[in-house]
Design a protein around this ligand. Structure first.
Ligand SMILES: Cc1cc2nc3c(=O)[nH]c(=O)nc-3n(C[C@H](O)[C@H](O)[C@H](O)COP(=O)(O)OP(=O)(O)OC[C@H]3O[C@@H](n4cnc5c(N)ncnc54)[C@H](O)[C@@H]3O)c2cc1C
Length: 423
């Protein structure tokens, strides 16, 4: 790296957050509420990464990991099906293997319950916290009450006693099974192929995930946060009290740094020697801006593992777990497949002016993020790895990391989020 000028030494904020995705933004809001001064650095506009393109589910009851017992049996069928929910880039297969082994090891009932307990810490209260953050912005309607409708083509597969629904119900979820007629009343534009659904109540959905990021980052700035649109190249320790953050535009000092850079977080931490199994689980969405068809709730086609939701920008259908390198271009076949599946899900959908998007879920094999101070590096914190659930977990993650960064004690066992669990 060439010579860089260290800026703003006198005005170094208490905390510099690297990443203005929904995790960085919510962390900033919780820190600002505690009177902590914050600088956020992102090479892109706030909220434009994975936090922009997701399916918009904000669900206290999405506390079930992807690694359910027995899921491994479905993986070969999913991978071989060109429209299946999982795809691998062959060249990337060997790099994904160690992650996949750890993921599969978690497919026991004990691990599912352990992970679910950890997820519950981050999903509980998420709807209320979003409403708290949105209050006073004039955009309170960006989070709407919603059910999460899990729709099945074969009624007998809608099993309310399956482990995933059983755990939800044990934790207090209100879930009912409906038949094809009741489903049609609830979601008239949904395909009549669906013969039953499990309805998870007490949820919310984002009317525009990207707009939530935009509105909340503007709120953070009104509360005093500084935003720099720069590319962070390196983080170095100055001494026990200070860190230095090097960007394409200079260097900035700060006593505490929070790495909330989504799937790119481990790139920034490479020089510290951490071995964190974070991968890019790439997902896609197709948005139908001219769709007259409406979905009244978040709806999952459980057979195809895609989720549809009507948003302010149109009807969005999202899904796919693609294991490929971060930098690989989007796979056109996935867009075509998603359009085909969307049409089967909502037959009256119109394809005019369709918008296509691909983004990166930052995924650990246990589906739980890293939250907290990183081992052996005082003042360096991480909040990343929220996998399939970052939108819903963001406000609570922000709340928890802010408490940690100001040294507030928690009665919860937060060791489940420690980075050294992967040793
Ligand atoms: C198809 C799909 C559907 C999904 N559906 C849902 C859902 O319905 N509900 C849900 O809860 N979750 C969902 N998710 C997951 C959720 O979107 C993510 O978990 C979440 O957005 C992660 O947020 P983040 O802030 O960690 O990462 P990001 O939003 O990716 O933000 C990271 C930011 O860091 C910045 N950055 C990285 N490196 C640097 C650097 N060196 N310098 C400067 N800036 C940097 C990036 O530019 C980016 O803005 C979905 C994901 C996908 C892909």
């Amino acid at each position: 790296m060439g010579e860089v000028v260290s800026k703003d030494l006198k005005t170094a904020p208490d905390v510099t957050i690297i990443g203005a995705g929904i995790i960085g933004i919510c962390s900033a809001l919780s820190l600002l509420e505690k009177g902590v001064s914050v600088r956020i650095i992102d090479r892109n506009p706030p909220g434009s990464g994975a936090s922009h393109g997701n399916a918009g589910i904000i669900s206290p009851w999405s506390l079930i990991p992807q690694s359910l017992p027995g899921t491994w049996k479905n993986i070969p069928r999913w991978v071989l099906d060109p429209d299946g929910p999982v795809s691998f880039k062959f060249a990337h297969l060997f790099r994904t293997l160690p992650w996949a082994v750890q993921f599969i090891k978690n497919m026991t009932e004990n691990d599912t319950r352990r992970i679910s307990d950890a997820m519950e810490i981050l999903t509980s209260g998420s709807v209320e916290l979003y409403r708290h953050h949105l209050a006073g912005t004039g955009h309170e309607d960006l989070v709407a009450d919603s059910y999460y409708v899990h729709a099945f083509r074969q009624s007998e597969r809608a099993n309310i006693n399956g482990l995933d629904y059983r755990i939800r119900r044990e934790k207090g979820a209100d879930i009912t099974k409906v038949d094809a007629g009741e489903l049609s009343d609830l979601e008239p534009d949904l395909s009549k192929e669906f013969k039953a659904a499990l309805i998870i109540k007490g949820q919310a959905r984002a009317i525009s995930p990207g707009k939530i990021g935009e509105v909340l980052s503007q709120k953070a700035m009104r509360m005093g946060a500084e935003f720099l649109q720069e590319d962070v190249k390196d983080i170095r320790k100055v001494d026990d009290e200070m860190w230095e953050i090097f960007t394409n535009n200079g260097a900035y000092k700060s006593p505490k740094v929070l790495v909330a850079s989504g799937v790119w977080s481990t790139n920034l931490l490479k020089s510290f020697g951490y071995k964190l199994p974070l991968i890019a689980e790439r997902g896609y969405h197709v948005q139908f801006p001219k769709a007259s068809a409406q979905l009244n709730h978040s709806v999952m086609d459980v057979d195809r593992k895609i989720v549809g939701s009507s948003m302010s920008e149109g009807l969005r259908v999202a899904g796919t777990s693609e294991f490929a390198s971060i930098d690989a271009p989007p796979n056109r076949r996935r867009f075509e497949s998603l359009k085909k599946l969307a049409k089967r899900m909502v037959p009256s959908i119109e394809f005019e002016d369709t918008i296509e998007w691909m983004g990166h879920r930052p995924s650990f094999p246990d589906n739980i993020p890293v939250l907290g101070e990183l081992p052996d590096h005082k003042g360096l914190y991480g909040a990343f790895g929220h996998s399939h659930y970052g939108l819903m977990m963001a406000p609570k993650s922000g709340h928890i990391i802010a408490n940690m960064m100001v040294g507030e004690h928690s009665n919860l066992d937060l060791s489940v989020f420690a980075a050294d669990r992967f040793k």
